[in-house]
Design a protein around this ligand. Structure first.
Ligand code: ADP
Ligand code: MG
Length: 188
């Protein structure tokens, strides 16, 4: 074994795992909306956009920016009574899931989750489709085999500012293209 070779592999490996993740600040709601808009402008394949973050973190704001750039005509809100909203007026379909209301189903392993997974599988067969999933972290299996952009929104400490922090990770080529566009648009 050549010790030099082994140590050289460590930074390379780290780079491999870290290069598709970014973290930055969204100073106001307009910035959150713009992040969504960049995704809506750029998306050109079937990608799951998983949104994490507490209530009020900005998940719906981001989705609204995305929908607008897709050309969705209806107004987009949190799926309050339904666990899934669909929009077909844009340049590709937008499916907006909210797993928060499914917490009990998730915990009891009810058939509802199986049905939703089957629906997701069907949606993801389209060559071009945007699937936004709020609270994806509650049920990690949900997006497992698909290209996925994971967006984690969080409140900043009160002393710092009113904005939000965001961490974005990409898995798969379609998601990597989205991440690249975000980097460019936000000068990262
Ligand atoms: N980066 C930001 N900085 C400050 N306020 C924001 C930011 N992003 C969104 N907001 C505001 O936070 C509030 C809640 O946003 P919303 O998108 O409804 O959150 P969620 O869907 O995660 O519950 C809205 O009033 C929105 O304008
Ligand atoms: Mg919401």
């Amino acid at each position: 074994m050549i010790p030099g070779q082994k140590t050289a592999a460590v930074p390379r490996l780290r780079q491999l795992f870290m290069e598709d993740s970014i973290e930055f600040k969204l100073q106001n709601a307009e910035a959150t909306r713009k992040l969504g808009a960049v995704l809506g402008e750029t998306i050109d394949s079937a990608v799951v956009i998983g949104l994490q973050g507490d209530l009020g973190a900005g998940k719906t704001t981001l989705t609204q920016g995305l929908a607008e750039k897709l050309g969705v005509e209806e107004s987009v809100n949190s799926p309050t009574f339904l666990m899934l909203n669909e929009y077909h007026s844009g340049r590709m379909p937008l499916y907006h899931f909210d797993l928060y209301r499914l917490q009990e189903d998730i915990e009891s392993g009810s058939a509802a989750m199986g049905n939703l997974e089957a629906e997701l599988a069907e949606f993801m067969q389209s060559p071009k489709v945007a699937v936004v999933v709020e609270w994806l972290d509650l049920y990690e299996q949900f997006s497992a085999p698909y290209d996925e952009l994971r967006v984690k929104l969080a409140y900043l400490p009160e002393t710092e500012s009113e904005g939000r922090s965001v961490v974005i990770k990409a898995r798969g080529r379609g998601a990597e293209l989205l991440l690249k566009a975000v980097k460019k648009e936000f000068n990262l």
